[in-house]
Design a protein around this ligand. Sequence first.
Ligand SMILES: [Zn+2]
Ligand SMILES: [Zn+2]
Length: 833
Amino acid sequence: MPMQERYEPKNFEAKWQKRWAQAGVFLAGRRPAAPAKYILEMLPYPSGQMHMGHVRNYLIGDVYARYYWMRGFDVIHPMGWDAFGLPAENAAIKDGVHPAVRTRENIASFKSTFLSLGFSYDWTREIATCDPEYYRWNQWFFLKLLERELVYRRFSKVNWCTSCLTVIANEQVKDGACERCGSPVIEKQMPEWAFRITRYSDQLLEGLDQLTQWPDRITTMQRNWIGRSEGVEAEFAVKGGSDSVRVFTTRIDTVFGCTAVVLAPDHKLVQKITTPAQRAEVESFAARTGALHGVERVADAAQKLGVFTGAYAINPLSRHQIPIWIANFVLAEYGTGAVMSVPAHDERDFEFARKYRLPIKVVVQPKTGERLPPGSELTAAFTEDGVLTDSGEFSGLESPEARRRMTAVLERQGRGKRTVTYRQKDWGFSRQRYWGTPIPIVYCEKCDPNRNGIPVPEDQLPVLLPDIDVHAVLTGKGEPPLAKVSSFVNTTCPRCGGPARREVETMDTFVDSAWYYARYLSPHYELAPFDPALARRWLPVDIYIGGPEHAVMHLLYFRFWSRVMKEMGLTPADEPVERLVTQGIVNGPDGRKMSKRWGNVIAPSPLVERYGADTARTYVLFAGPPERDIDWSDDQVEGANRFLKRVWALAAQYQPIVARAKPMETSEPKALRIRRAAHKSLKRVGEAIERLSFNTAIAAVMEFVNALYLVERVETDAERATMAEAIHLLTLVLNPFAPHLSEEISEAYGHQTLVADQRWPDYDPALVADDVLPYAVQINGKLRSEIRIAADSGENEVRAAAEADDKVRLSLAGKSVKKVVFVPKRLINFVVS
Ligand SMILES: [Zn+2]
Ligand SMILES: [Zn+2]
């Protein structure tokens, strides 16, 4: 049947989605002998409306998965739902819809969007974390981690959102307000459950060195988050008493320049040592800063404020007497809650000393031989290592050697010890919420008078989240919701059989997402969270795609969990993921982040409705490299659509002439030209996909199509045969990006096998030998770099290659390209503003 003249994706996109599902081409495990590839996108929290920024994330995985299926791999590319969580519960408080109902609706809506975009998920592995079949294993892990003493109960200061009425994580506090609702956050003392993630701080830190395929900025953020520092805890005796202040410092070599000891306002010694003359001032200062929340106080400490206590300390090495202050930038909960202030060699201390006219004393000189002026004339702190001066017996030593000797002296005298500190804290994970995994603990007054909690035996799992009367339970006020459900709360003690009460808090949803990737391997497995044999085949995940905003919470928690699972013998690898891709944002057409507030959200459905899924896919993938932000452009959507129309027209034009052509060997020049173009595209598209440079890959497909358009007439059998082969290869290289169009053309050309199930052939090396040319890359007319690229590359390919160049990439970051000037075989110039 001849192809229609017009490209009408509506006529066939749904058909192919159905055929892929019927044929089971994306079912993981169907090629047991083939190498395995695990491709994963962060599981979505299904809420509200999906926009094209989300779609971009899933598309990256989809292209990659489709490509590796065609390369003959056995691929697992699953999808599921991070289904517990706050928004559904908060919405229920507002409008009374049960969180389960709302969540199911949202899941259905997300799923239908995913299906309409032609994503290659193995839907037989779909999970939702709110299913008892899933969260049962959260509870199982809780018990196992409890056995390993990785779970414990503690009293601690927690962040309490005054509007959400729940505990929230440090990371969710922004400038003293709740990240979700903007209400003020206060500190409260509360019992909570915590994971002892700090036992793994060193491992998590060392593990970062293995993660060579993670973006540097993510590993750097994790390193800073863990915040390991080696130093000394030194004791400064308080003058005229038996007390001493312990300070932690990584720069003990500067101790002779210490001109004050500074305590947190709520340090336990403050009350005791403050002199009567200073008391009023100290108390009013402590009251003011103490009221500020920890995170907020640090943010606020841009303005460094302090007050003198009237007391003095003795420097343990110089034996000098120095004043003791309190200040807003020192936190009781970090380190020892006290620091030594060395203004000449620390920027913060320098600023503080200038403000309060504390002495500034230079004790380290640059190694360059350059001399710093006296402290009183110093214009900035000198913070590097150097050579000690005015430091008694240590003068003349270089900083590292001085640190070693000073530490040894302090240890010998019992005035200090070598210490490693971490910024990372244990992970408090209990939440006063309904819509989450119940914590499998009961409290029995008889067996457990101290309320440490008695674990629910494993064979009684899952502890089911009870159904509730939404209006009565989710009031958003007072005690935790589950405390109001007496049928849940009242239970029997597993030890004595007497009456007991259940824990009414639920787990942080980051527990759900800490291990879900392993559940996909055997989503209905009943003997363990997942089948360890399958874990050996599929783990670690080869590529993981998601937003950079998860750099320190989710991505640290699941690295922690992975290590624990390995110790339990469940998984083969320390690290959960080999390669991490953090995709850039899709901004609205106005250049602002898509948001309801700006009214600039582009949703996938109207776009699919108007242009078809393949246009939406091609546009997003072509708009820029995955990690770069892009601004939405309707013109470029039109451009992507024009390109697909062009592909359709080409296929339609040749279909009657070449569709039934028999393959044949040939050395006719025109036929060879066609074959060259085809094999070059096989090579370039494949290589570009492997480096996730999808814009380059699509550019190469465009060049290929251009080359086929340049063929003027197809007459001989050999020409017909090579054109048929070329169009066949075109359907292959097009498939990862525009899979529906690719299938439709392939079918019109008489192929019986789905393109999705065909092999991506190896290119013929003899046909792809390229002349390579240097191209100058300019930005606003100035030379920035030079790239080498195949001589017959067109503008799109040169542009994509130039944008991938490191120097150019950095120069273009954060700028918007207004125009591109392309001079074939010579240069490309980006005009930016
Ligand atoms: Zn809030
Ligand atoms: Zn009991």
